[in-house]
Design a binder for this molecule. Structure first.
Ligand code: AMP
Length: 222
């Protein structure tokens, strides 16, 4: 199964990608994670992306398209993948369709997680991540004064530079301008599953798996 998780920053793409990976045994591919790893390693891509990411802008299409095209051709992605944070522009979506076409594959479904602007700002301003494993936590400003270590591996927790409130607002605008047109793009392909991302994590996961089961049954009976 080849899935795309679509939605604004803070809608829960990363959390749901992790759950779906466990359920379906397909690899999660987060362009944000790949780019952060490149920045940390100081690779040429990382050097190019660092300041762009800190400003909350989009890394150029050709850079991310190349990363994803290389990655989806790896053996572990042959059975399927969940793209989290890609595509983010219509040009990226067209490039993905062309790459998959060449490989004789296609996107099965696009899960769009709908969340209001205020909820996104609240979630991201209070989000902290583990430097080592990437686990995500939510803390009030009071709790954040004395941050604990990561419960999973004891790693240091930090706030992503692009999760600061002024950058978050800009990232949401970037989503509305550049990424929201993908809602129409995938609706026209009859692939969009529109889901209320403001439900609890478990309710969202249940809704996604219910819809994917229905799609698989439909595909099987055709
Ligand atoms: P994320 O972790 O998905 O929120 O991504 C963090 C940042 O990485 C974004 O704000 C962009 O600067 C960059 N990024 C991630 N994925 C893409 C993409 N598909 N196209 C362009 N930039 C991206």
């Amino acid at each position: 199964m080849r899935l795309i998780l679509l939605g604004p920053p803070g809608c829960g793409k990363g959390t749901q990608a992790q759950r779906l990976t466990e359920k379906y045994g397909i690899v999660p591919l987060s362009t944000g994670e790949m780019l952060r790893a490149a920045v940390k390693a100081g690779t040429p891509v990382g050097l190019k992306a660092r300041d762009i990411m800190a400003r909350g802008e989009l890394v150029p299409d050709d850079v991310v398209v190349q990363i994803v095209s290389d990655r989806i051709d790896q053996p572990d992605a042959k059975n399927g993948f969940i793209l989290d944070g890609f595509p983010r522009t219509v040009a990226q979506a067209e490039a993905l369709d062309a790459t998959l076409d060449q490989l004789g594959r296609r996107v099965d479904a696009v899960i769009y997680l709908r969340v209001s602007r205020q909820v996104l700002i609240d979630r991201l301003s209070h989000r902290y991540c583990c430097r080592t494993c990437g686990a995500v936590y939510t803390f009030t400003p009071q709790q954040a004064r004395d941050l604990p270590r990561c419960a999973a591996d004891g790693g240091e927790l930090y706030q992503r530079p692009d999760d600061r409130p002024e950058i978050v607002a800009h990232r949401i605008d970037v989503f509305l301008t550049h990424t929201a047109p993908l809602i129409d793009y995938y609706t026209a392909q009859h692939k969009l599953e529109n889901i209320d991302g403001q439900m609890s994590v478990d309710e969202v996961r249940a809704d996604i798996t219910r819809r994917l089961s229905a799609l698989r049954k439909g595909a099987g009976s055709r």
